[in-house]
Design a protein around this ligand. Structure first.
Ligand code: NDP
Ligand code: MG
Length: 380
């Protein structure tokens, strides 16, 4: 039996992780954590019987405790609770599928407790990669990528000498607004941005995909996970989302991982690595597909990607500012409080205003996050 904890079990990645659990008979779920969706969390608890469940909000946790008082499940809340779920002693692997920088402390705590990490929460690596990567080596824990592009690169690197990597080719669908001009982007409505052409995902990452900020976060994620420089990560637009990413080696050979767009593949690969297992679902049909096409990303229209490269190259606390400004802006856009292009305006203004802290520790990262929120609030 493989024992796992899932942080963010009610979300897109969390529920698909549980589908992978359902498709197999040798995974036991020992802890579940969610933000506020206690209706779904209760169903999950009744089905998977973890020993611990965490709900972010206190009053929701109280409500849940009452609902499941017939079960022997401890219900905790807040950041302390999330950390308890991350270090719950039975689990050997923690799936980090919460959205946003809230994932930093629980991920670090799980690693310090010696647990392998199936990492979906890219915001943690973007902001704290310089802490997470050395910690993984020190504690000898595996960081197994769940993000499809990073899983693809991870699969392409199987059995290869990492020193022979020339560059990583991170594929992007280009999102719903591929080919649009800045002028067209100015009128984008929330409904339009929430329609991703190929992937069904949580709301925040769907907006991030449409602005290409997601790809920018993924460039930084890749840089940390695979120990390369920012300029060794190149974004290639490939609208069909068939090639999940590629690696170019020193000799010019390019390895790619292909498949249908289904997050259960990278999730299952992370849970069972290095084993491959049967996964039900569609298979690629090349005759029906006919072609796979490629484009360079338009960094003029999609400034978020350009800003991500700048943040990643400068490093220190700047990626935190990039990420925090984006989290703040996307939350506002989801509430229809700002226009679409204001998202990147906010990121740029926050980055320009920030005084970079080198090698920030966790407290300095969280302080830079707070400072970014305050700056944007004072400006908009
Ligand atoms: P969702 O919004 O669908 O789910 C987020 C999950 O986090 C939910 O379970 C939510 O609970 C929970 N959550 C939110 N706030 C808190 C909190 N304060 N404490 C505990 N739990 C909390 O997001 P996704 O599944 O789409 O994304 C999760 C992460 O995975 C992100 O970092 C994203 O970038 C990454 N990712 C996602 C992909 C995808 O296909 N969806 C692909 C690659 C990466 P509740 O439901 O109660 O709000
Ligand atoms: Mg991705």
């Amino acid at each position: 039996m493989k024992k796992i904890a899932i942080l963010g079990s009610t979300g897109s990645i969390g529920t698909q992780t549980l589908e992978v659990v359902d498709n197999n008979d040798d995974i036991q779920v020992t802890a579940l954590a969610a933000g506020s969706n206690i209706v779904l969390l209760e169903q999950q608890i009744r089905k998977y019987r973890p020993s611990l469940a965490c709900v972010w909000e206190d009053d929701k946790a109280k409500e849940l405790r009452e609902k499941i008082k017939d079960l022997d499940v401890k219900v905790v809340s807040g950041m302390d609770g999330l950390i308890q779920a991350a270090v719950e002693p039975e689990a050997e692997l923690v799936v980090t599928a919460v959205v946003g920088m809230i994932g930093i402390r629980p991920t670090i705590a799980a690693m310090e407790a010696g647990k392998d990490i199936a990492l979906a929460n890219k915001e943690t690596l973007v902001t704290a990669g310089h802490i997470i990567m050395p910690l993984a080596r020190e504690r000898n824990v595996n960081l197994l990528p769940v993000d499809s592009e990073h899983s693809a690169i991870f699969q392409c690197l199987n059995g290869e000498d990492k020193r022979a990597v020339h560059k990583l080719l991170l594929t992007a669908s280009g999102g719903p607004f591929r080919g649009w001009t800045k002028k067209q982007l100015a009128d984008v409505k929330l409904e339009d941005a929430l329609k991703h052409p190929n992937w069904a995902m949580g709301r925040k990452i769907t907006i991030d995909s449409s602005t290409m900020v997601n790809k920018g976060l993924e460039v930084m994620e890749a840089r940390w996970l695979f120990g390369v420089e920012m300029d060794q990560v190149q974004v290639v637009v490939q609208p069909q989302s068939v090639i999940h990413s590629m690696v170019e080696f020193e000799d010019g050979a390019v390895m790619a991982q292909l498949g249908t767009p289904d997050m259960k593949l990278p999730i299952q690969y992370a849970l069972y690595y290095p084993e491959r297992r049967f996964l039900p679902g569609d298979r690629l049909d090349f005759a029906a597909l006919k072609q796979i096409s490629f484009e360079a990303p338009d960094m003029e229209a999609f400034r978020g990607l350009q800003l991500a490269y700048e943040a990643g190259c400068r490093g220190g606390s700047l990626p935190t500012v990039f990420n925090a400004a984006n989290e703040y802006a996307v939350a506002k856009f989801l509430k229809r409080e700002i226009s679409y292009l204001t998202i990147t305006d906010m990121i740029q203004a926050a980055m320009e205003h920030h005084k970079v802290v080198e090698q920030p520790d966790v407290n300095e990262i969280l302080a830079a996050e707070q400072e970014t929120y305050e700056f944007i609030e004072s400006r908009w």
